[in-house]
Design a protein around this ligand. Structure first.
Ligand code: ADP
Ligand code: MG
Length: 240
């Protein structure tokens, strides 16, 4: 479903991603791990063109998204993103946060968008919060709303950049449960995470990045039992 070929990204003289090639199948769940500054966020951001790759191709379902002729809005619709800090619109209710883009971009009527919004809120366990403002929610609830908002655009792929890193420990579980549930429905997902237990249990594949390179691409059991590279072994020693 996603084919990444020789992807590189530089900021000025800084080489942040170096010749990354990989492919992701439909329904695959990839956990991306690695030290801070290794390029994890930049890699995700390239996949929905929040960053423009310097070199290489990213082909999603046959469309080369790095071709400047493509419509970026359409690509971002297909590839949703959930951020560490939620990025909800503070002046809109939970429901309006969810219905805004489907109405504006997909042309849904207010009623259609609300019906869909309620289904999605139910899916993330927040059907009773439709009409409250984000400031009244806990961090875990905000992140679940952000996930519902992404799902409202019917993305083919969802990207998560440290979705639980800004949360108090007791809220991490509720967000990971929603992501696990999505995995079980066959959503194709790439998740940057520091939750090693979650990565091991929920992902089909682990990507280990270091210094802008995809150092390992492995089965979780194998990766956590016996990483192939010394760098990954050292990283795991520090975090486990
Ligand atoms: P990670 O998510 O693994 O912590 P990032 O992808 O955020 O890593 O960053 C990788 C490197 O790229 C870091 O050195 C970071 O400072 C640099 N970087 C990221 N975004 C920019 C930017 N917009 N401009 C300049 N440097 C950047
Ligand atoms: Mg990051």
């Amino acid at each position: 479903m996603i084919d990444v070929q020789h992807l590189s990204k530089t900021f000025g003289k800084l080489e942040v991603l170096r010749d990354i090639s990989t492919s992701v199948s439909r329904g695959e769940v990839v956990a991306i791990i690695g030290p801070s500054g290794s390029g994890k966020s930049t890699f995700l951001r390239c996949l929905n063109l929040l960053e423009t790759p310097t070199e290489g191709q990213i082909i999603i379902d046959g469309t080369d998204i790095t071709d400047p002729k493509n419509d970026i809005t359409r690509i971002r619709q297909r590839v949703g993103m959930v951020f560490q800090h939620f990025h909800l619109f503070p002046h809109m209710t939970v429901m309006n946060n969810i219905t805004f883009a489907p109405m504006k971009v997909k042309g849904l009527s207010a009623e259609e968008a609300r019906t869909k919004g309620l289904q999605l809120l139910e899916r993330v366990g927040l059907q009773d919060k439709a009409d409250v403002y984000p400031s009244k929610l806990s961090g875990g609830q905000k992140q679940r709303v952000a996930i519902a908002r992404s799902l409202a655009m019917d993305p083919e792929i969802l990207l998560f950049d440290e979705p639980t890193s800004a949360l108090d420990p007791e809220m991490v579980k509720e967000v990971l449960a929603v992501i696990r549930d999505l995995a079980s429905t066959g959503m194709t997902m790439l998740i940057v995470t520091h939750e090693m237990k979650f990565a091991r249990e929920a992902a089909n594949t682990i990507y280990f990045l270091d210094g802008g390179k995809l150092i390992e691409r492995a089965d979780p059991e194998q990766f956590f039992r016996q990483p192939q590279s010394e760098r990954a072994a050292r990283f795991l020693e520090q975090v486990l």
